[in-house]
Design a binder for this molecule. Structure first.
Ligand code: SAM
Length: 344
């Protein structure tokens, strides 16, 4: 839901300088400021400057910014992290957040400068910033292996942040084999396999991703339960013999027509009683803020019509593709992820 209180000048300041706020967060992460303050709370600015190898002026600029944003605080001449950041260090989610910040800095930031052009031209103009002439980000990744590695490392962290919702909301009772379409490095299949010991999975993806998925699945000791296959989801019918098809962070990439076609393919491949699961960030008409802001990336980069669609849009495509018994399962978490399940 959107925030209905009136806009203040302080709100306007945050929006006007939103790009600068991100630079402060990114610099604090990359320079190791937050890790330093987690290990040694209460350091003075002199001690911080010397530990980060920054001169006086840049140290002051950094600390003024992180403190004004509430990322750090100052008391009695000593700086500390916000409690939320320290909590993330303690519970292990700091690594995930750091990867996500790196994703925004190294993948999203430059193309996002093409947002206005992307709106005017109604396509992902920002893709021009990556080498190649393919129409979507995923096909271009293999032209730049360092970028491909970075993308999948960060995608893994995006998924780690949200997939506890998938695991906790999805009831796989009665399901034997799940087809994870565009399953990336297998993170969601691995998490679901750990939570559902009887279920087997197949991850389908493009060649760059499948190579990474095989390594990850082996490292998780899941070779006997998760298989991987190279497969272009638009080129061929989906394989049969599965009683559940999963689209995780997938139907945010394609146009409504493509999503309907993919859901129809899932319907064709499933036996009666088979299920489809759509898992990704969802929007409503007036928010939430997370979805509204993340939509700028989707509009600018992945593919020509990528969008964080609304729940009801997915529901209408699922119905049109022939699924019934639709269930809406909101995650109720920081990210606006949720699951919609349907039955053939
Ligand atoms: C946003 S990522 C999501 C990955 C994974 N499902 C997750 O949630 O972590 C989208 C995935 O779709 C894959 N993909 C894109 N186009 C594809 C195609 N035509 N056929 C198969 N996979 C594709 C990409 O390689 C990428 O791994």
């Amino acid at each position: 839901m959107g925030d209905s209180r009136s806009l203040t000048r302080q709100d306007l300041t945050r929006t006007l300088f939103g790009a600068a706020a991100f630079q402060l967060l990114n610099a604090g992460c990359r320079l190791g400021l937050f890790r330093l303050l987690h290990d040694e709370p209460g350091l003075t600015s002199e001690a911080i400057g010397s530990a980060l190898r920054l001169r006086r002026r840049p140290t002051d600029v950094l600390l003024l910014g992180t403190t004004a944003l509430g990322l750090t605080s100052l008391a009695g001449g000593g700086y500390r992290n916000a409690e939320l950041l320290d909590e993330m260090f303690r519970d292990g989610s700091w690594e995930v957040l750091s990867d996500i910040v790196a994703f925004e800095a190294d993948i999203v930031y430059e193309p996002q400068a093409d947002f206005l052009a992307s709106l005017r031209e109604d396509t992902n103009v920002g893709l021009r910033r990556f080498a190649g002439d393919e129409d979507d980000l995923y096909r271009r990744l293999s032209n730049t292996p360092a970028l491909e590695q970075l993308f999948f490392r960060c995608m893994r962290s995006w998924s780690k942040l949200s997939n506890p919702i998938l695991v906790s909301k999805t009831d796989l009772t009665g399901v034997q084999r799940v087809l994870d379409v565009g399953g990336g490095d297998g993170i969601n299949s691995i998490a679901l396999a750990e939570a559902n010991p009887r279920v087997r999975f197949t991850v389908l993806d493009l060649p760059g991703a499948t190579a990474i998925a095989r390594e990850r699945i082996s490292a998780a000791g899941m070779d006997d339960r998760i298989t991987v296959a190279e497969f272009d989801m638009f080129a061929e019918p989906f394989p049969t013999g599965y009683d559940c098809v999963l689209f995780a962070n997938q139907l945010v990439i394609w146009s409504p027509e493509q999503n309907l076609a993919l859901l129809r393919k899932a319907h064709d491949a499933l036996a009666p009683g088979g299920r489809v699961l759509v898992f990704n960030a969802m929007s409503d008409e007036d928010g939430p803020l997370y979805a509204a802001l993340d939509n700028v990336y989707f509009t600018t980069l992945p593919a020509s019509a990528s969008t964080l669609y609304r729940w009801d849009q997915y529901e209408s495509w699922l119905t049109e593709a022939g699924f019934s018994g639709l269930e809406r399962l909101p995650g109720g978490s920081w990210t606006p992820h949720g699951v919609i399940s349907g039955t053939k």
